[in-house]
Structure formats: C-alpha cells, structure tokens
Design a protein around this ligand. Structure first.
Ligand code: SAM
Length: 263
C-alpha cells in the first residue's frame, strides 16, 4: 500500500504512456460491450484515482468507488462517491449494484483465498444477472516488458523475471509493489469458482503492445500514431484466438452473477 500511498502516481499511469493509453481505451471498449444500459449503478472496487469512474460517469452511470489507499480516494472524490475500503470486506449492502468492477485488486492479492474473498464480495453486492468484471496482470507480461527496456539479458533482471514466471508473484522489492500474475485460464477458473456464469476472458492491450512500448522506451521518435492504431487493431483481431492471450500485458474477465433478477 506504501507504493501507491507515497511513491507512485497512479493517476498518470493510464494517461501518459502509450501502453497505458492502449489499456485505458481497450478497457473502455470491452466494458462498454458488457455493461448494462444506463441508468445503472456501478461499483468500482480498487478504482484508484477514478480514471474509469470518470468516463463511466460521463456515459451516465451512477458510480461508487472503493479503494484501500486514502490518497486515491481523495482524488476520486472529485469524480464520484468514493470511500476507503478493503476489496475483501466491502461495506456495501447485498444486491446493491448492477455491475462491479475489480480493475486492480486481484493483482495485489497474492493469496488465492484473498482473491476469492474479493470475488465473492463482488458477487454479494451485485444483483443477480449483474456484471462482474475483473482485470489481471498477465503472467508473461514482465518477459515482454523487460525486452522493451532492453535489459532482460542482464543477470539481475533475468533472475527477477524468471522468478515471476516460475512463482507468479513479484515480491515488490524494487519498482512495482507485491503482485500476482495470472494465466488466462486461471483467471477464468477463479471467476467460475466464485459462482459467476458465462465467464469470458479478453486480452486488453493485445499481442503487439510491447512493440509500441519498445518504440517509446528506445531512442527515437517514439511510437507513431499508425503504430499505435495497428497495435490496437491487433488487439481486436486477436480476440477470437485464446493462444494469443499469453502475449497481453493485462487480461479482463467478465461474468454474470447467478440467479434470476426479479427486480
Ligand atoms: C494499478 S491500480 C488500478 C487502478 C484503476 N482501477 C485502473 O484500472 O487504472 C490498482 C488499484 O488497486 C488498489 N488496491 C486494491 N487492493 C489492494 C491491495 N491489497 N494492495 C494494494 N493496492 C490495492 C490500489 O490502491 C490501486 O488503486
């Protein structure tokens, strides 16, 4: 939590880098496909500074945000109703939202029992037939990412990335915080085991995101608009092919809450 509370500017993450902007636009694109029509109540759990709450509110949703980091909640309060809370023990009443988003908490909960608690809480506060959408860090993302920095071949980074590939956990000692990296099939299994139905998983940035990131990291002009547009198209074209999921930076799984909605 110290990482977000003191060191890292989460608000800038999806706004400044090219791969961050790809993540934002593709997350919007995928969520808009599955969200219920407005008016509807959306709970954004681990919603950070309100980056998604902002466009969801503009789209006409009634958004409530919960995040464990007070600094994030203070920023998000400018956008929507926002409170400090733990994704594993939400204060919200049962059956009170049409959609619940977990775009962050699952990758900060290395213990599978904590991830299940967060998913069960999302199912509890959503109405039957409602949407639960959960994002994950892809297991192989750091392999691709550290090529873009051109240092994967150095002993330290090679050892660190190998450890993530083997254990699925980043210890948070340098850079990013303690985090869990999912395989796509594991993310689907976690949502299904929490009782969600019709679970589907998507790659967010697509299999060409690291080309864009490399163009941004390496000396030169940076990624052109055409390169970014092509990589975005690759993300859309890759959707029907599960074997390409492994090349994404982030994954998004969606499922619907079981039970008949008689509201
Ligand atoms: C990478 S940010 C994502 C923010 C936003 N939802 C987005 O998609 O851009 C992860 C968020 O999860 C929150 N979070 C939830 N559970 C956490 C935990 N156990 N440890 C650290 N951060 C946690 C962080 O405060 C942060 O706002």
């Amino acid at each position: 939590m110290k990482f977000y509370g003191e060191a890292f500017d989460e608000d800038a993450r999806l706004r400044t880098s090219a791969d961050g902007r790809m993540e934002l636009v593709r997350t919007q694109e995928l969520l808009r496909r599955f969200l219920p029509p407005v008016p509807a109540r959306v709970l954004d759990v681990g919603g950070g500074t309100g980056i998604h709450a902002e466009w969801l509110t503009r789209d006409g949703y009634d958004v409530t945000l919960v995040d464990p980091v007070p600094r994030h909640v203070e920023a998000a309060a400018a956008v929507c109703s926002a409170t400090v809370g733990d994704p594993r023990a939400l204060a919200e009443p049962d059956v009170s939202f049409d959609a619940v988003l977990l775009l962050g908490p699952l990758y900060h909960l290395p213990d599978p029992r904590d991830r299940q608690r967060a998913l069960l809480e999302a199912c509890r506060v959503a109405r039957p037939g409602g949407l639960v959408a959960a994002a994950a860090n892809n297991r192989y993302a750091s392999l691709f990412e550290h090529v873009t920095y051109a240092h994967l071949h150095t002993d330290r980074i090679c050892a660190s990335v190998s450890k993530i590939l083997e254990s699925a956990i980043y210890d948070g000692i340098r850079g990013f915080t303690l985090s869990y990296f999912h395989r796509a099939e594991e993310l689907v299994a976690e949502l299904t085991d929490s009782g969600l139905e019709d679970v589907q998983v998507f790659g967010i940035e697509g299999p060409a995101w690291s080309l864009v990131k490399a163009a941004e990291q390496q000396p030169g002009e940076g990624p052109t608009d055409d390169l970014i547009a092509s990589a975005m198209e690759a993300a859309r074209m890759a959707e029907p092919y599960p074997e390409l999921l492994a090349a994404n930076s982030h994954l998004l799984a969606v499922g619907s809450v079981s039970g008949i909605d008689d509201a």
